[in-house]
Structures are given as C-alpha cells and as structure tokens.
Design a protein around this ligand. Structure first.
Ligand SMILES: Cc1cc2nc3c(=O)[nH]c(=O)nc-3n(C[C@H](O)[C@H](O)[C@H](O)COP(=O)(O)OP(=O)(O)OC[C@H]3O[C@@H](n4cnc5c(N)ncnc54)[C@H](O)[C@@H]3O)c2cc1C
Length: 486
C-alpha cells in the first residue's frame, strides 16, 4: 500500500467540483489489495481516525474532501475483472476504481451497453454507486442503482459484506439482517421516512421491504468501502441518433419537450435555457445566432424503424417551429461524441467559473414529479429574473430534473443565491420532489436534507450509520453533521 504524506500530493485530494475549501488530512493511503483496506480500517477504527474515501474527485458536494484523518483512495482498484454476454443482456464485474470511460469503452467492444452513463467520464464506477449517480439516459433506462447486481463492501470493522440483489429484504417490522462473509449478521432498522417518487439521491435509501443492497448505493462513503461492483448491461442498440433542436423561444421548446415526453420513446431528453447556450457560445460559435433555447435528445433505432422515427421526430420539430436547417443531427460515433462533449461543456464551464471566482458551488440538483415541472420551472425563472444574479438552467428535463446554477459575483450575491436556493428547496419539497436527484448530499446540503426528512429522519440515518460503522470513522460530515454521531 502506498502512503503519501507529501503536502502537494495530499492537496490534490482536498478538492472536488463543489469548490468546498478548508479540507485537510494527515496522509493519503492507496491500497492495492482488500487485506490492506481491512487492516487500515481496523487500525483506524481502533484509533478513531477518520477515513474519507476518494474516487476521482468529480463529485460536486464535497463528499471526498476530508476534514482530518486519512484519505483512502481506490485508484489502484482499477481492473475490469470480467464482462460477459448472456443472450440479450450482459454482466460485468469491475473494481471500484475503474473510470467510467474505460468501462464504457470495454462494454462497447463486447457489444454491450451501460445506459446510466453519468456524463462525467473520469468518475469511478464505485463512486457512481456510492453517490447514487444517474445521467441523461436515466430518462429511458433508470439510474445506476437499477443496474447494480452485486456489491462487495468492506465495513470499518474490517468485516466484508458481499451482497447480491434479490437475496435479502427488510421484514415486516422494518428490520434488515445484513450478512457478513465471515458469518453472522448486522441488524439494522430501516428508516421510516418516505422517499419521494422522483429520481432521488438524498440520504440513505429506505422503502418497506427494501433490498439490503440499496443501503450501500447512494451512501456517500459513510457506510463502507465499495471494492467491487457487479453490473447488469444491455446489448448495444442497433443504432442511435442524436439531435439538437434549437428554438426561437422558450415556450416552443418546452411544448416540444412535453409532447416528445408523451408521444416519443426518446432515450434522453435534455434542456438548455438561453443562458446555458450564451455561456458556451464563445467556445461554440457554431450555435445558431437567432435562437434562444435548445433540446437535446437521443433515440435508439433498428434498421426497420429508423426511417419512421426520423420522420416522426422531424414532424414533431416542425410542429413546434424548429428550423430544420439549423438542427444538428448525428448518427456516427464521432458526431455523437461531439454532441456529448458539447452538452458536457455546460457544467464544465460552470465549474471553471466557480473555480476562478473561488466560490462554493450554488447549483441545484432538484427533481420534482412530472406534473409539477412546469410550476417548478416557472418558480425558478420568477425567483431569478430580478435577482441580479447570473444563472443558467439546464439538464435532465425528461426526468423533471433540472440543474439551476447561480454564478454570484460577490459575497452579498453569494448569500442571496443561498437564500434563493433555500426557497427552491422548500418549494420542491412542497411539490413532492427531492433536494438531490443524483449528486447526493455530501457536506454542503445538510440543511436541505433536514428540511426534507425532518430531525427524526436524520436521527434514523445516524442510527443506521452507527450500526454499520460503530467506530464512526467513515465519510464524516457526509449526509449529516458529524456532531450528531457524538
Ligand atoms: C462536469 C460534471 C458533470 C457531471 N454530471 C453528472 C451527471 O450527469 N450525473 C451524476 O450523477 N453526476 C454527475 N457529476 C458528478 C460526479 O461525476 C458524480 O457524483 C460521480 O459519481 C463522482 O465520482 P468520483 O469518482 O469523482 O467520486 P468522488 O468525488 O471522489 O467521491 C464522491 C463520493 O463517493 C464516495 N466514494 C467514492 N468511492 C467510493 C467507494 N469505492 N466506496 C464508498 N464510497 C466511495 C466519496 O467518499 C464521496 O463521498 C458531474 C460532475 C462534473 C464535474
């Protein structure tokens, strides 16, 4: 195991895309074997040394940023152990530190397809599981959670949990017995709060009769170290076409999206407001000049239905006043990769600005029930219109999950942005939504989670954590303040 104590090396593990400052650690441990992790955790439990698990550091909530203790990096757990095809499906066993990009490429080489692509390709697969990630294609295919078949996790006690989906469920009293590979079980009470029906990554998963594996998905590095992940895959589609439809006004764009959501079978449906397009115009002078908003969609095709699908989308675009001459259409991998890079440039550019201005990220990850999307979007726009704060709205509109990013220029505006964010959170909760649909709570969204589930809900999460991490050393300050563990 490598132990790094060099200040500069440690510094590179003290940041992520939240831009949360002030992190510190004694050392970074980079294990290469499971037994090294077990020994490290046993020792840390004995000495009560905090351990913060690190993936690639692309998180946006400060989850991997340590405030004391040691960093445990999974970067050497980077092997794809197997990828196999089974009829119309596939299965892969991979170590937690494999970057998403490597896995997607390997799946493709094997004629397979991993739909919940969380767009930031350098993120590690284990961290995708730990944050409860999802992506644009979650609209048709669900989130990472839906593809997790088995997880191998090392608890802070050094015990191993190797758990398959569909084997262990909570009983009628809400008790779950989590088996350890060494024999015996750990009994936990599942929290009683009700999760929203939207996409959701807020706090620990809990549902009556839930599968034990679901606790460990979206746990934000607080319950155990995920070392190995087994994922379900689909067969690679025959064809995919991607399209950017540009609109002269926002209303046409939204009506197009609402109709597409009902009438078509898109793989993803993404929205970009006027400010999102303005933000990347200098990088992309090819964006048509006289347009305001855009919708990006992806469609799976077969040889038999491709022509009809292209015709159906074309007539839907024409109906909603899209100028087809200015529409971007791509079918080859090269074209589609370029379209994806274009989409990714929006959050990337936001992150660059945040870094330059040295401010903590003020970006929402709220999702609401589909029937409430219009109300939420109108609320966003009305609250921001005269705020004097630069902002942009983009993202996974297919799942009624938009990211509102505010870019305050000074301290006063930063505080105001925080107040506006809180109003958004309150509204979303009233509408039956979630405060975080894919990024998780990390260290910067505790207050929002408390509003969502109340103090009682947080207390249940604290108890759950204590049952699985009795030394209370893992991922401190993620999900809820560490003081609650005292
Ligand atoms: C430009 C950009 C776009 C993004 N788009 C999306 C998107 O569309 N969808 C989405 O979901 N996210 C998105 N993200 C956020 C980010 O990529 C995800 O949260 C990702 O899952 C983080 O992976 P990571 O390897 O960088 O993890 P890190 O940031 O290193 O860690 C994230 C959390 O996971 C925990 N963790 C890491 N590895 C493990 C492990 N093996 N066991 C237990 N806990 C662990 C850490 O302790 C931490 O709490 C985006 C980020 C950027 C910068």
């Amino acid at each position: 195991m490598l132990i790094k104590k060099d200040k500069d090396i440690i510094a590179s593990y003290l940041e992520d895309y939240s831009n949360l400052k002030g992190g510190f650690a004694e050392a970074v441990a980079i294990p290469e074997t499971e037994s090294e992790i077990i020994n490290l955790l046993k020792e840390a439990s004995r000495k009560k040394t905090p351990v913060t698990i690190s993936g690639a550091g692309t998180g946006v909530t400060g989850g991997r940023i340590p405030f004391g203790g040691i960093v445990l990096s999974l970067e050497k757990f980077n092997k794809i152990i197997s990828i196999e095809k089974h009829g119309a499906r596939g299965r892969a066993v991979i170590q937690a530190g494999v970057p998403l990009e490597d896995f997607l490429n390997e799946a493709e080489k094997n004629g397979l397809f991993y739909p919940p692509d969380s767009t930031e390709k350098s993120a590690f697969i284990g961290a995708n599981v730990a944050t409860g990630a999802s992506g644009a294609r979650t609209f048709k295919f669900g989130a990472v959670r839906d593809y997790v078949r088995r997880l191998r996790i090392i608890l802070s006690s050094g015990n191993i949990v190797d758990i398959k989906r569909g084997k262990i469920f909570a009983d009628k009293k809400g008790i779950l017995e989590i088996p350890l590979t060494s024999g015996g079980t750990i009994k936990v009470n599942i929290p009683a709060y009700k999760m929203p029906d939207t996409k959701n990554a807020a706090g620990y998963y809990s549902k009556p009769g839930m599968d034990a594996i679901d606790f460990f998905i979206g746990q934000d590095g607080t319950l155990g170290v995920i070392t190995e992940v087994e994922l379900n895959l689909l067969n690679k589609p025959d064809g995919i076409f991607d399209c950017y439809a540009f609109f002269a006004n926002d209303e046409d764009c939204l009506q197009f999206i609402y109709e597409a959501k009902k009438a078509m079978d898109a793989m993803s449906l993404e929205y970009f407001d006027e400010n999102s397009l303005s933000l990347i115009r200098s990088k992309h002078p090819e964006i048509p000049k006289d347009i305001k908003t855009a919708c990006f969609f992806e469609q799976i095709t077969t040889e038999d239905n491709e022509d009809k699908l292209i015709a159906d989308w074309t007539s839907l675009m024409e109906k909603h006043k899209v100028n087809l001459d200015k529409t971007w259409f791509g079918q080859t991998k090269k074209e589609r990769d370029r379209f994806h890079d274009f989409r990714h440039d929006v959050p990337d550019t936001v992150n660059e600005i945040i870094k330059k201005t040295n401010r903590i990220k003020v970006g929402t990850d709220i999702a609401v029930p589909d029937e409430k999307l219009d109300e939420m979007l109108s609320f966003y726009k009305a609250s921001l219109a005269n705020s004097g704060i630069d902002y942009l709205i983009f993202g996974h509109i297919g799942n009624s999950h938009l990211h509102v990013n505010m870019l305050p220029k000074d301290e006063t505006k930063q505080n105001k942005a925080g107040d506006i964010y809180m109003q958004f959170v309150k509204k979303a909760i009233i509408l039956g939504g979630t405060v975080t649909a894919e990024h998780g709570i990390g260290k910067i969204k505790h207050d929002y989670l408390k509003l969502m589930y109340g103090e009682g809900g947080i207390a249940e999460m604290v108890n759950l954590k204590k049952a699985l991490d009795p030394a209370c050393i893992l991922g401190l300050d993620n999900i809820f303040p560490k003081e609650l563990l005292a």
